[in-house]
Design a protein around this ligand. Structure first.
Ligand code: GLV
Ligand code: GLV
Length: 332
């Protein structure tokens, strides 16, 4: 069966090649920009499959606009950009790319943690500015990591990988908050499950690994920031809106916590929802900002492309894709 596939933005060639080799007609948006809603609707019109990125809002209107559309394969593990219930109602399968990016995201998380603890970006800027005049016993004092407590908010694949590396590689202790307890994990990593309030008050480093949903919007706001230790470091490699950015800016300005490191932003790609807060965030020395690159290694991005393409190939061949999010879409 020859399917028509829209790839909403250029992805690593490995995935495109798999679709073309299967004889599919692949329409790739080669421009390095996000298509507008109207453009996307128009271009998806006669397609059987949409390979979308997290930059595309795949909403109910788009999902009901094309009766030929059978699958939305999201090039990401997070799928908050897709209205999955609307897809199910339209009998459209939704898939994502879990697993292949777990190690890369965990590595970036720990990179940010170490960099924030030892003030690496601030120190680099200092040296480049010619300010390193003399060695000093109090120059750029940071936070230790060994023996410190890491609080993992959300114990999915990525949360677990961060915990494993932190315990085995860095000698940290782990506490976690999650909807279910995981006895096996607790035993393997001497970890303890606590509620969020306790995690915030006990952890030296707090790392967010929950998906973005109605329940996790502004999970970390003013009250939560106030509950943290003054030496605490907050890391967000999950989704921006999980942290109330305005409250974080205030906490960092008043040095109520030691530092934060953000790979994701509330109003991405803007680093703040309003321009005043953006200036404030950029002016702060105690925050590290990276442009949503936690899964950005060549190998991982290629594997994500292959996985996203494979889901489309599977469905076209009558198989249930491995990483399906809504099996109900397939039931008769
Ligand atoms: C990236 O943020 C992803 O969800 O894969
Ligand atoms: C993502 O892979 C998660 O489940 O944490």
């Amino acid at each position: 069966m020859t399917w028509k596939v829209l790839v909403s933005r250029s992805i690593p060639e490995e995935g495109i090649a798999m679709l073309r080799e299967a004889g599919f007609k692949v329409d790739v948006n080669e421009e390095d920009r996000v298509l507008s809603k109207e453009e996307l609707m128009k271009r998806v019109k006669d397609k059987d499959a949409l390979l979308s990125l997290l930059t595309e809002q795949v909403d109910g209107e788009l999902l009901s606009s094309n009766p030929d559309l059978k699958i939305v394969s999201n090039y990401a593990v997070g799928y908050d950009n897709i209205d999955v219930p609307a897809a199910t109602r339209n009998r459209i399968v939704v898939t994502h790319t879990p697993g292949v990016l777990t190690e890369a995201v965990a590595e970036h998380t720990l990179t940010l943690m170490m960099a924030a603890a030892r003030r690496i970006v601030e120190a680099d800027t200092f040296v480049r500015a010619g300010k390193f005049k003399v060695w000093g016993p109090k120059l750029f004092l940071g936070q230790p990591i060994a023996g410190r407590t890491l609080g993992i908010v959300g114990l999915g694949r990525i949360g677990k990988a961060v915990a494993r590396k932190a315990v085995n590689g860095l000698g940290m202790k782990v506490i976690y908050s999650h909807t279910r307890e995981d006895k096996e994990f607790e035993k393997a990593y001497h970890a303890r499950r606590v509620d969020l309030d306790m995690l915030l008050s006990e952890a030296d480093v707090i790392s967010l690994h929950v998906p973005f949903t109605d329940q996790t919007l502004h999970l970390i706001g003013k009250r939560e920031l106030l509950a943290m230790k003054s030496s605490a470091i907050l890391i967000n490699t999950a989704r921006g809106p999980i942290v109330e950015e305005a409250a974080l800016v205030e906490a960092l300005q008043e040095k109520r916590i030691f530092a934060a490191a953000l790979d994701v932003f509330e109003c991405e790609p803007k680093i703040s929802c309003d321009s005043e807060a953006e200036v404030q965030l950029k002016d702060l020395d105690n925050v590290i900002l990276t442009p949503h690159i936690a899964s950005a290694t060549t190998a991982t991005r290629a594997k994500m492309a292959e996985m996203a393409a494979q889901s489309i190939l599977d469905l076209a061949q009558g198989k249930t894709p491995e990483n399906i999010l809504n099996r109900e879409a397939l039931s008769p």
